[in-house]
Design a protein around this ligand. Structure first.
Ligand SMILES: [Fe+2]
Length: 428
């Protein structure tokens, strides 16, 4: 196992990967050496990958032609007559009869920050029922965190193949070329498009070296190449615009690679939650799977937070999330099951948004149930929700505000909360 703290190396043909150096005068098999840099050269630690490929990427790119993908939006994107200030919830966006690919099926719900200055994010729903056929894509703007909710997808990338299904996630790095195929459809899920610094594992602080997400549970693909000469299209997302370039072959022609800039998948069932074991409960940051730093320590561009099955054991404690307002903007999605703060209305495939400094918390049923529960140890079962939380306010797209199944009455879920105070000491 080569490496020191650590890179990957993989070759699909024996001897394709140069040993002891990166850039030999002539590469084995007549391959071209090429570096993909995910960080500035001088960033510490650098994230980069050396590839050895049939053709250099300049051969997978000709003149660019602007195209329109009207449902995929990038920040800044503020729609004049759509109000983003609010507590919002959506039913699952229904599947379409139209043939939709990874590109045409992307539906942006919110954007935050600014793609041009590489801060912020966008949250999307994808509805995919059709494989990309001799068609490829990369985003120069962003890495994509993919959270499937229905169906199985294959990401055939330059660096190898990743298949994912619900309860797994994948991270596709900025600049990496890939094709998305439907293995079992129709497929629906969530995407966090990260314009900023890459996702990394959060520092565990006093938790120490174990629990939460462990590095060994992330899986990177082995090298897999295509030597296929057919007319193909490569689409590039660049500064919020989409451009096509026509090429004569598959660009997935990397025979060997080594480095630390690679796509990964992760099974969310490997996430080991840590929580309250006597009374009260910690902030939801205790459930952070991945964090994308913003440059301000502790203040994430994006946190990816997971609410999964776990035991609730705290004594004399209101166990659901407490009422709060938060400078961070919270977009939640339900992967399966029921979420404890909202027993109804937040369906698998659904989304909620609690934007910057807007109050939220349990609805009346959740409050009354939790306030009067017999506090024996209880397993929260059949539940997996997540949050994309960003330091930037999230702006709704026209799709989110007008076309997606917005629940007009969501804000009413707190209406029936009662005033209990009447000045009597000891009243509970
Ligand atoms: Fe919240």
């Amino acid at each position: 196992m080569p490496g020191f703290g650590n890179d990957f190396e993989t070759e699909a043909l024996p001897g394709a990967l140069p040993q002891g150096m990166n850039s030999p005068q002539k590469c084995n098999y007549g391959l071209y050496g090429e570096q993909l840099s995910g960080t500035a050269f001088t960033a510490d630690p650098p994230e980069r990958t050396w590839t050895y490929r049939i053709r250099p990427s300049v051969k997978h790119s000709t003149r660019y032609e602007r195209i329109d993908l009207p449902y995929w939006k990038s920040a800044p994107h503020v729609v004049e007559d759509v109000t983003s200030l609010g507590q919002y919830r959506w039913d699952p966006v229904p599947h379409s009869d139209e043939a939709l690919t990874w590109l045409t099926g992307m539906r942006t719900m919110t954007t935050a920050g600014d793609v041009h200055t590489q801060i912020g994010m966008a949250a999307h729903i994808y509805l995919v029922n059709t494989s990309m056929d001799d068609a490829y894509f990369y985003s120069a703007d962003s890495e994509l965190l993919v959270v499937p909710q229905e169906g199985r997808l294959r990401f055939a990338t330059e660096l190898g193949i990743i298949d994912i299904e619900p309860r797994e996630i994948a991270i596709i790095p900025r600049g990496l070329v890939y094709r998305v195929e439907v293995l079992d459809g129709p497929c629906r899920g969530f995407v966090c498009e990260n314009y900023g610094q890459k996702f990394e594992l959060p520092g565990r602080g006093p938790i120490g070296a174990n629990c939460l997400a462990n590095p060994r549970d992330f899986k990177a693909p082995v090298a897999a190449f295509e030597d296929r000469e057919v007319p193909s299209t490569l689409t590039i997302k660049w500064c919020g615009q989409f451009h096509e370039t026509k090429i004569a072959q598959s660009p997935l022609d990397v025979v060997a690679w080594h480095g630390n800039y690679a796509p990964v998948k992760y099974d969310l069932r490997n996430y080991c939650p840590v929580g309250a074991i006597l009374f009260d409960h910690p902030d939801p940051s205790i459930f952070t799977v991945l964090t994308a730093p913003s440059g301000v320590p502790g203040t994430a561009n994006i946190d990816f937070v997971l609410f999964r099955e776990r035991w609730m054991v705290a004594e004399d404690t209101f166990r659901p999330p407490w009422y709060h307002k938060n400078i961070m903007s919270e977009l939640m999605g339900n992967i399966y099951g029921q979420y404890d703060a909202k027993p109804q209305g937040f369906a698998p495939g659904g989304i909620s948004l609690h934007n910057m400094m807007l109050p939220h918390g349990p609805d009346r049923n959740a409050f009354e149930g939790a306030s009067n529960a017999d506090l024996k140890p209880e397993k929260l079962d059949n539940t997996m929700s997540f949050m994309f939380e960003t330091r930037f306010p999230q702006q709704l797209t026209a799709f989110a505000g007008r076309e997606a199944p917005l629940q007009d009455n969501y804000i009413d879920c707190w209406d029936s909360l009662e005033k209990k105070f009447d000045g009597t000491p000891g009243r509970k």
